[in-house]
Design a protein around this ligand. Structure first.
Ligand code: HEC
Length: 212
């Protein structure tokens, strides 16, 4: 006879020895930078998210060209006038041929006449010769004393403002030094100006020919 012995019981006892958490012993590794200030030490900082969203450095933005500033004391519409087209080919000396037409030089110094238009186009349209200057034209006469612009005389074509005087608005500004702001006064506009400029009414009240 054969006895079949049941399989031996296997008793497996698994003892899980939970390892206690490691002791939180401070490893007091006070480094050279561990001199935390009392204020920052009070708030425990939570675990910080990974620095995945690091903001890329802004690409350098192309600087738009700043709008030109008017010279101090001058109106905004004159901003940048010194780079406008010039009607005169050469600087206008004192006592120019045009001043000879009126008998004396009302605007002393060496002058340039600037226009906020393409002077070649003005010549094509005959502006100032046979036909009037277009609406919105600004003429700026700058006169220099020494090495700075001391006088700025302006004519602006604004339809309907003054048909009796070519619809030009006249005004003049002066300054006494390169650092001083420009100023004007009531007599430096209107009648004083057109009383003389009417001599040039056959060229739309403008003396200086477009030499283009
Ligand atoms: C006595 C005459 C006279 C008076 C007054 C006068 N101007 Fe003129 N103006 C001229 C002459 C001449 C020119 C031509 C530039 C030159 O040869 O000096 C001129 C030129 C100008 C120009 C450039 C356009 C052009 O006609 O050639 C402007 C702008 C101007 N004057 C504005 C004024 C203003 C503003 C006043 C009043 C504050 C004024 N003018 C008063 C004679 C005068």
């Amino acid at each position: 006879m054969r006895f079949r012995l049941p399989a031996a019981l296997a008793l497996v006892a698994v003892l899980t020895v939970a390892a206690a958490c490691g002791s939180d012993e401070d490893s007091d590794d006070a480094g050279p930078t561990a001199t935390a200030s009392p204020t920052t030490a009070t708030t425990p900082t939570p675990a910080e998210p990974p620095p995945a969203a690091t903001t890329a450095p802004d690409p350098p933005e192309p600087e738009p060209a700043p709008p030109p500033e008017p010279l101090p004391g001058l109106p905004a519409y004159t901003a940048g006038f010194q780079s406008w087209d010039r009607l005169n080919n050469e600087p206008i000396p004192p006592n120019s041929p045009q001043t000879a037409r009126v008998g004396f030089d009302a605007h002393l110094g060496t002058k340039n006449v600037r226009v906020n238009r393409d002077r070649d186009r003005l010549a094509q349209t005959g502006a100032g010769e046979r036909r009037p200057y277009p609406e919105g034209t600004i003429l700026v006469k700058e006169a220099r004393t020494g090495d700075f612009v001391s006088l700025v005389a302006i004519m602006r074509k604004i339809s309907g403002t003054d048909p009796a005087h070519g619809d030009w608005v006249f005004i003049e500004y002066k300054r006494s030094s390169a650092d001083a702001p420009f100023t004007t006064e009531p007599r430096l506009m209107g009648e004083l100006c057109w009383s003389c400029h009417q001599i040039a009414d056959d060229t739309d009240w403008v003396f200086t020919p477009n030499d283009a």
